[in-house]
Ligand binder design. Structure first.
Ligand code: UGA
Length: 430
C-alpha cells in the first residue's frame, strides 16, 4: 500500500520504517529540512536499536523515502499517519497545534480519497476535531475518513514492539477505513481491537496510565517493605505470578520518566477534568513518582550525613536503559536536588552523554563508570544499564573514597555487595 507518515520523530520514523519493511511504499514527511537531509543519507537522529539498518534496507529497496513537501507525500498515498508531536502545555494538557496544522494542510492539498490516521497520543475527541478541520478546509471536496491507531512502542524495543504487538487498536467510523487498516496490519498477525475513534483514543491514555499506576503501586509497596523489613522483589514476584496481576512493571525504584508516562498522565488528568471527573487516583500516581526521587536523595543524605562539598557519582542519565532519551528522566531531578544541597556531581551514561551535556551544567562528565567512582563519596545507580550490572566491584571499591553504593534500581544482590565490603542501600529491601 502507499503510505504517508507526517512527522519523523520517534513514533513517525519507527512506524514509517516498519511499515516499509512489511512491504509497503512509505514516504515520511517532516518540516525540519536538516533532519530530512540527514535521513535521506541514512543518518538517524535518535538512538533506537535496529532502526538504522531498517531505514537503510528499505531506502535501498526504494520502499522508504523522505521529503519536506507534504504535497509530494500525499500525492500517491491513501493512508496518511499523523505522527507529529503533542507536547505538554503549562497546565498539563496536550498542545495539539501541530496536529491541527497538519490536518488543515492535508485537507488543502488532497485531491483523492485519504484515510487520515492519528498515530500520536492525543486526547479523546481529537479525531472529531481532525474530521471537523479537514471538512472545513476540504477545497477539492475530496472524500476522506479519520481513524485512530495509537502506538504502543517502547523506546529501546520499538521495532520489536511494532513487529510483534500484543494488540493493534483500530478506531474507525467507516467500513472502508476499517478494511484499509485491517489489510495494512494483517501481515503482523496480531489480535486487533476494532472500535470507535473515541474508545481507541482512550485505550492509549488508559493503558499508559495503568502502567504508570502499576509502577507507583509497587513503589508504595516498596516503601512499606522498607519500613516493615520485607523484600519488595519477593513481594512483586509473589504478586506477579497471579496471571490477573502479572509481573511486568512491578520493578520498584526511582520511578518512571520519559516523554510518555509523565506527559500522558498529566494529559489524562486534564482530559478527565474537562469531562468533569476528578481523576484523584492518577494524581496520587504522580505524587508517589515524585516522592521516589526525593526518597533516593534522602537515602544518600542519611548515609553521608553532610552532602555539601561531597562528591557524588551518578551512573545512568537516560530515563531507562537502551535509549539516549533524557526527557523527564529521574536523573535530572535527582541531580538538581543533590546540587541544591551543595554536592559535586560526576556522571556517566552509555548513550545519553551528548543529550545530557545540553541540559546539565556544573556537572563533571566522565568517560566510564570507574572515572565516576574515583574519589567519590558515594556511587548512585539511577538507570539499570546492563553494563553497570557487570562492573568490576573490587576496582570500584578501591576507587571510591568510602565504599557506599546507593542503588535506585536494585541491580545488585544486597548480600553479595555487603560481603564485598560495601555499604549497600537499595529500594524496598535491605
Ligand atoms: C511507554 C509504554 O510502555 C509504551 O507502550 C508506549 O507506547 C509509550 O510509553 C508511548 O506512549 O509512546 P516508554 O516511555 O518507552 O514506553 O518506556 P517504558 O519502557 O514503558 O518505561 C517507562 C518508565 O517506567 C521508565 O522510566 C522505566 O524506568 C519505568 N519503569 C518501568 C519502572 O520504574 N518500573 C517498571 O517496572 C517498569
Amino acid at each position: 500500500m502507499d503510505i504517508c507518515v507526517v512527522g519523523t520523530g520517534y513514533v513517525g520514523l519507527v512506524t514509517g520504517a516498519c511499515l516499509a519493511d512489511i512491504g509497503n511504499r512509505v514516504i515520511c514527511v517532516d518540516v525540519d529540512k536538516e533532519k530530512i537531509n540527514k535521513l535521506k543519507k541514512g543518518i538517524i537522529p535518535i538512538y533506537e536499536l535496529g532502526l538504522k539498518d531498517l531505514v537503510k534496507r528499505n531506502q535501498k529497496r526504494k520502499r522508504l523515502a523522505f521529503t519536506t513537501d507534504l504535497r509530494e507525500g500525499l500525492k500517491k498515498s491513501t493512508i496518511i499517519f499523523i505522527a507529529v508531536g503533542t507536547p505538554p502545555k503549562q497546565d498539563g494538557g496536550a498542545d495539539l497545534t501541530y496536529v491541527e496544522n497538519v490536518a488543515r494542510q492535508i485537507s488543502q492539498y488532497m485531491t483523492s480519497y485519504k484515510l487520515i490516521v492519528e498515530k500520536s497520543t492525543v486526547p479523546v475527541e481529537t479525531g472529531a476535531w481532525v474530521k471537523h478541520t479537514v471538512s472545513v478546509n476540504n477545497r477539492h471536496k475530496v472524500k476522506f475518513d479519520v481513524a485512530s491507531n495509537p502506538e504502543f512502542l517502547r523506546e529501546g524495543q520499538a521495532i520489536n514492539d511494532f513487529m510483534h504487538p500484543d494488540r493493534i487498536v483500530i478506531g474507525v467510523g467507516s467500513k472502508k477505513a476499517e478494511e484499509l487498516l485491517v489489510k495494512l496490519y494483517s501481515p503482523l498477525r496480531a489480535p486487533m481491537v476494532i472500535t470507535d475513534i473515541k474508545s481507541a483514543e482512550i485505550i492509549k491514555h488508559a493503558s499508559n496510565s495503568f502502567l504508570a499506576m502499576k509502577i507507583s503501586f509497587i513503589n508504595a509497596i516498596s516503601n512499606i517493605c522498607e519500613k516493615a523489613g520485607a523484600d519488595v522483589e519477593k513481594v512483586a514476584e509473589g504478586m506477579g505470578l497471579d496471571k490477573r496481576i502479572g509481573r511486568a512493571f512491578l520493578d520498584a525504584g526511582v520511578g518512571f520518566g520519559g516523554f510518555c508516562f509523565p506527559k500522558d498522565l498529566a494529559a489524562f488528568i486534564k482530559i478527565a477534568e474537562k469531562l468533569d471527573y476528578n481523576f484523584a487516583l492518577l494524581k496520587e500516581v504522580e505524587k508517589i513518582n515524585e516522592f521516589q526521587k526525593k526518597l533516593l536523595v534522602n537515602k544518600i543524605k542519611d548515609n553521608l550525613w553532610i552532602v555539601k562539598g561531597k562528591t557524588i557519582g551518578i551512573l545512568g542519565l537516560s530515563f531507562k536503559p537502551n535509549t539516549d532519551d533524557i526527557r523527564f528522566a529521574p536523573s535530572l531531578d535527582i541531580i538538581r536536588l543533590l546540587r541544591d544541597e551543595g554536592a559535586n556531581i560526576k556522571v556517566f551514561d552509555p548513550q545519553a552523554m551528548n543529550k545530557a551535556r545540553e541540559v546539565l551544567k556544573k556537572v563533571k562528565f566522565c568517560k566510564n563508570p570507574y572515572e565516576v567512582a574515583r574519589n567519590a563519596d558515594c556511587l548512585v545507580i539511577v538507570t539499570e544499564w546492563n553494563e553497570f550490572k557487570k562492573l568490576d566491584l573490587k576496582k570500584i571499591k578501591k576507587l571510591l573514597k568510602q565504599p557506599l553504593i546507593v542503588d535506585g534500581r536494585n541491580i545488585y544482590n544486597p548480600k553479595a555487595l555487603k560481603k564485598a565490603g560495601f555499604k549497600y542501600i537499595c529500594m524496598g529491601k535491605s
